[in-house]
Design a protein around this ligand. Structure first.
Ligand code: FDA
Ligand code: NAP
Length: 450
């Protein structure tokens, strides 16, 4: 184990990951006014990317947001904040143009720029290019775990250690490939699409792509490849009969409201499962209706023109993938007939979704202090704090990975602004019961437990 020196400063919170969730938290910290009785809490965030980036591999130039711009990083917590999307538009001189556009759904590229603008304004709180790889307990005199040390390393392997009273884990989603497959030169997850395409170089002339899945990512990837490679065919493979529309009707949309979190949190498990079942189609395995129409138009135009560049292999599944240096054979089974057909392709893109990171992976030995439910999942309190044994008095908070406790907005932007307000309120409310927030320097007799 590494022997980096003890940190000189104790942070009220250390955040792992600096995507939208923790950028929103950094903003909430930045906006927090210190009072005479309570200094403003201090935060430090670790981000493995060299700079701010939000799903850059899927930053397709005309993809739009799946959430209203009003659900930016601050507005639903504090409509007067100058970190809003509207403030950003004002700052970059596009406010009137955006108003005339009459849309609630900006381009993803534009929202990326907004997020980067926010991240830049709180850059004093983040250390980029550092991947957190371990968390160690620091015990007080009574032997309880009062602090945590977060170990991270940069690309050169240099390790840094940051000490925290509270940890806020926001590592985002992990791309999910079907069992037995790994990312390779010809087998890609949609998350990396633009990076893999850039690696192909200008001379590449792919003849056929296979795209697996029927969610928003799959539809966007099929659409992008069809348009970016006019000489190539695109085979979309999925088990459904057709792409199905996302439900963003107003009553169903209430599932993303902060109040819905309260109702979901308090519900018994069978009701939670039922709610998720009813409203899964607000987010998972569904596609924006405008994109469905655009794809249908392409298929129909192709038929009129006697070509078939975009083939929908519906009610089908991939049964095997064989990669060779010069291509990949994807065998597709038509589910109703059981007929199997090999397809020769240049690349296969699995737009097969994501899974939430398990906080216990990063916590290592400390994971044994996390309480679990009957299904073995972490118990998470309403304030997003992991429920732990009494031995652990410091806080570990989750942004993401709480769908089983807090509902469907867990991995989305919808509730980020309100959630960070709740987390910060919890951290500050707990502070007086622990040690006083120091002006700097390690307070009290702490023992390292490595
Ligand atoms: P996010 O994944 O954005 O950020 C996590 C960060 O943590 C990353 O920057 C990562 O590098 C870093 N990290 C991870 N492990 C680390 C470690 N060990 N050490 C240091 N850093 C680490 N939702 C929505 O509401 N509306 C939308 O329009 C969209 N659009 C959308 C498009 C695409 C293509 C995808 C894949 C997803 C969406 N989403 C979405 C859902 C998406 O989860 C959401 O927009 C945010 O990315 C969630 O923000 P987070 O900060 O929680 O995770
Ligand atoms: P998703 O909604 O989870 O869809 C995954 C798709 O892959 C589903 O069709 C699923 O089929 C299929 N699938 C899963 N495992 C499979 C396997 N082993 N074999 C074959 N097919 C498999 O994932 P997503 O489309 O990536 O969307 C994830 C999130 O990102 C959503 O919140 C979405 O809104 C967001 N997103 C937003 C944008 C945007 O803002 N423009 C763009 C992309 C994504 P089943 O239905 O049969 O399980």
């Amino acid at each position: 184990m590494t022997s980096t020196p003890s940190p000189q400063q104790v942070h009220d919170l250390v955040g792992i990951g600096f995507g939208p969730s923790n950028v929103a938290l950094a903003i909430a910290l930045h906006e927090r006014r210190p009072s005479a009785s309570q200094p403003a809490p201090s935060g430090l965030f670790l981000e493995r990317q060299a700079d701010f980036g939000w799903h850059r591999g899927m930053l397709l130039e005309d993809a739009t947001m799946q959430v209203s711009f009003l659900k930016d990083l601050v507005t639903t917590r504090d409509p007067a904040s100058d970190f809003s999307f509207l403030s950003y538009l004002h700052q970059v001189g596009r406010l009137h143009d955006f108003i005339n556009h009459k849309t609630l759904f900006p381009l993803r590229t534009e929202f990326h720029d907004y997020l980067a603008w926010c991240a830049g304004r709180v850059a004093d709180q983040v250390v980029y290019g550092h991947e957190a790889f371990a968390v160690e307990a620091v015990r007080d005199d009574s032997g309880r775990i009062s602090h945590l040390d977060v170990l991270s390393r940069n690309a050169e392997g240099k390790v840094r250690r940051d000490r925290a009273r509270n940890l806020v884990l926001a590592p985002g989603l992990t791309p999910r490939l079907p069992a037995g497959l790994t990312d390779s030169a010809r087998i890609w997850h949609s998350e990396h699409l633009l990076h893999r395409l850039a690696e192909l170089g200008p001379q590449a002339a792919p003849r056929r792509f296979v795209v697996v899945g029927a969610g928003q990512s799959a539809a966007e990837v099929a659409d992008h490849l069809y348009r970016a490679f006019p000489e190539a065919a695109v085979d979309a493979v999925f088990a459904r009969y057709g792409y199905s529309p996302s439900d963003d009707s107003p009553f169903a949309n209430r599932i993303f409201d902060p109040q819905a979190v309260d109702a979901f949190y308090d519900a018994p498990q069978e009701i939670k499962d039922e709610i998720m079942g009813y409203h899964r189609n607000t987010n998972y395995s569904v596609v924006d209706p405008d994109l469905i129409d655009a794809l249908y138009r392409r298929v129909y135009q192709d038929r009129v023109n006697g070509t078939e560049r975009l083939r929908l292999l519906n009610t089908s599944r991939v049964v095997s993938v064989e990669e060779r240096p010069d291509g990949v054979t994807v065998t597709v089974e038509h589910l109703p007939s059981g007929k199997q057909t090999p397809i020769e392709a240049d690349h296969v893109v699995f737009a097969t979704g994501y899974r939430a990171a398990d906080p216990r992976d990063l916590l290592g030995d400390l994971a044994r202090h996390c309480l679990t439910d009957t299904a073995g999942r972490p118990v998470v309190q309403r304030d997003y704090r992991l429920a732990t044994t009494d031995e652990m008095t410091c806080g570990v908070y989750l942004q993401g990975g709480t769908e089983h406790t807090h509902g469907i907005s867990s991995s989305l932007l919808s509730n980020v602004a309100v959630r960070v307000g709740e987390i910060l309120a919890s951290i500050t409310a707990r502070a007086p019961h622990g040690e006083p927030v120091p002006a700097g320097g390690v307070p009290g007799p702490l023992k390292e437990h490595v």
